[in-house]
Design a protein around this ligand. Sequence first.
Ligand code: ATP
Length: 236
Amino acid sequence: AIRLRDLRKSFGETTAVAGVDLEIRDGEFFSMLGPSGSGKTTVLRMIAGFESPTGGTIELAGQDVTGLAPFERDVHTVFQDYALFPHMTVEQNVAYGLKVRGVPKSERLVRARQALAEVRLEGYGARRPAQLSGGQRQRVALARALVGRPRLLLLDEPLGALDLKLREQMQVELKALQREVGITFVFVTHDQEEALTMSDRIAVFDQGRIQQVGTPAEVYERPATPFVASFVGTSN
Ligand code: ATP
């Protein structure tokens, strides 16, 4: 499980995260939903270790990781811009995640191919990222994240750059993939439909605080605050 206790972050005068308490269960598809500037990305970056909190603690699998570097956390992050290496092939991009973990070369290739099969990209290993569509690039980024079997996958608006049709298709695929691998996914989005469709539970953020945590049905049918009612109930 992930436990956040009174997590806070300020950037100068700006309070990005104003005291967040949250528990995310193992194997859960958990979304952090909220409007732009509500602090969800900053929470994600603190879980990943890219930002250090101004206050509070982060616990992963029973260990306080608040002061640890990103690579000491057994966490992987997928960003909206994919961050693939353009000069490497698809296979090399995926295998790279294992190289930094010290997996021997012979094993890296086998596991990279397995991961590419999981995201339905068999046969694309020799291409370069520029020779792929947006959806395929996103799948490569997912394969690279999953190949090392991290305990936790953090996804920061990973479908944000895709057009609507592809986005809906990837929502279904991503959800199925999460079920298959059984890894905890923490997904950041400002799109309430996306969060409602994909998540086991959702935390709704506003102004650096969580307004409500619940299943999609709970959040949609019994919003805890007027903010949740208006944000979740209307399409933006
Ligand atoms: P978005 O969906 O637009 O990314 P968000 O809900 O993820 O929004 P955050 O990115 O967490 O929100 O930002 C929360 C607040 O903190 C915003 O007011 C933002 O301007 C501020 N902020 C975030 N990162 C920094 C930074 N590195 N320096 C200064 N202010 C920052």
